[in-house]
Design a protein around this ligand. Structure first.
Ligand code: MG
Length: 326
C-alpha cells in the first residue's frame, strides 16, 4: 500500500504537533516530579541534634574543623557538632557571631555582630579581620556570608546586631544604608546592592550566575530577591519568591538549583523558576540551614533553640563547589 500525498502531508503536519505534545507531557511530568518527594524520602523526619541553644544561626558544614559549626548568637558562642558526637563549644565569646561560610581553603569565615566585622579563622586558630569599615564608618552588624568560587566574599550588613541588645551591642549606625557587600579577593570592599531594608541570607545558584538575597525588614515585603551576577556586579533585580509566614532569613541552593529558605514556619523550598516545591515544618521559626554531612546530602536546620538534621536526596550547591575547588 502506498500513502496518498494528502496522508503524507497530514503525517508531516502532525509530527511537530506530536513532538510538542510529547514535550508538554514530559514537562508536566517533570513539574509533577518536582515536589517534596524529589527532595526528601516521604518517611524522612528531622532529628534533633541539639536543643540547648537560645537562638541558633549560621550553620556551615566544615570538614576541616570536624563537622557542623553553628552560632548561638544570643548566647555569644559558637558550637561544633562532630559526626556522631554531641555539641561542644567551639568559640566563646564569639562577639555574637552569626552567619558562617567556609572558603576554598577550608577556613571559616564568620560574621560578628558585636564587633561589626567579617573575620577569617586561620588554620592555626588566629582570627584575621577581613572587613570592619566602609567609607570610614563601622559596618552595622554583618549577618550572613557566602564565598564565591573566585574567592570573593559576599555578605549582608543589616542592623539587627546594633538595634537589638540580645543580638549584639546597641549603637547608632555609621552607614548610610543596610548593604549587600562584595569583598574582592584583593580586599576591596564595594556595595553590591543598596536596595534592601534589612538584607539577610544570601546564596548563589550552582553556576553562580544568580545571587539570591533575603529581605527580612519588618517594613518590607517578606521576599527573596534574585540578581544576575557578572564580573562581581549585580543586575536585573527581581522578586524570586514571597514568604507567607515571618520573614526569610537564611537561604541555600541545591545542585539542581532549588532554593531553600528558613522562614517563620520552617524551611520553604522553590524550584529554580520560583514554583513552590514543599515545606519542612519546624516548631517555631527556622532561621537558617546548611547542606553537609559526609556525603553532602544532610540538611541541617537552625530553629530557635534547636539544631535539626534530615537526610535529603540532593547535595547543596555550595558543598558541590567546595568539592570542585582546587
Ligand atoms: Mg540571618
Amino acid at each position: 500500500m502506498t500513502e496518498s500525498p494528502s496522508t503524507t502531508r497530514r503525517g508531516i503536519a502532525r509530527r511537530p504537533l506530536l513532538g510538542l505534545a510529547l514535550l508538554g507531557a514530559l514537562a508536566s511530568r517533570a513539574r509533577a516530579a518536582d515536589d517534596l518527594s524529589a527532595v526528601l524520602d516521604p518517611s524522612a523526619r528531622p532529628e534533633t541534634l541539639y536543643d540547648e541553644g537560645e537562638w541558633c544561626e549560621g550553620p556551615v558544614w566544615a570538614p576541616s574543623l570536624g563537622g557542623l559549626i553553628f552560632s548561638d548568637v544570643r548566647r555569644n558562642r559558637m558550637m561544633l557538632i562532630r559526626e556522631g558526637g554531641g555539641a561542644e563549644v567551639f568559640r566563646e565569646p564569639s562577639n555574637n557571631a552569626n552567619g558562617n561560610a567556609v572558603d576554598g581553603q577550608g577556613r571559616l569565615i564568620t560574621c560578628e555582630h558585636r564587633t561589626s566585622r567579617i573575620v577569617r579563622r586561620e588554620t592555626d586558630g588566629a582570627i584575621t579581620v577581613l572587613a570592619d569599615r566602609y567609607e570610614g564608618g563601622r559596618l552595622n552588624a554583618p549577618n550572613d556570608v557566602v564565598v564565591a568560587r573566585d574567592s570573593a566574599i559576599w555578605f549582608t550588613d543589616p542592623t539587627f546586631g546594633i538595634d537589638q541588645p540580645k543580638e549584639g551591642k546597641p549603637r547608632a549606625s555609621e552607614q548610610n544604608g543596610r548593604y549587600v557587600f562584595r569583598l574582592a579577593p584583593d580586599g576591596t570592599l564595594a556595595v553590591a546592592s543598596a536596595s534592601f531594608v534589612q538584607p539577610n541570607g544570601l546564596a548563589f545558584s550552582p553556576d553562580e550566575r544568580i545571587l539570591y538575597v533575603c529581605e527580612s525588614g519588618e517594613t518590607a515585603a517578606s521576599e527573596i530577591r534574585a540578581f544576575d551576577v557578572a564580573d562581581g556586579k549585580l543586575s536585573n533585580e527581581r522578586v524570586f519568591a514571597r514568604v507567607a509566614k515571618g520573614v526569610p532569613d537564611g537561604v541555600k541552593v541545591d545542585t539542581d538549583g532549588r532554593v531553600y529558605a528558613g522562614t517563620g514556619d520552617g524551611v520553604r523550598i522553590w524550584s529554580a523558576d520560583g514554583r513552590p516545591v514543599g515545606h519542612i515544618p519546624t516548631e517555631g521559626p527556622c532561621a537558617n540551614l546548611a547542606f553537609g554531612g559526609p556525603d553532602g546530602r544532610r540538611l541541617f536546620l537552625c530553629a530557635g533553640k534547636r539544631v535539626l538534621a534530615v537526610e535529603t536526596k540532593l547535595r547543596g550547591a555550595a558543598i558541590a563547589s567546595e568539592g570542585s575547588r582546587p
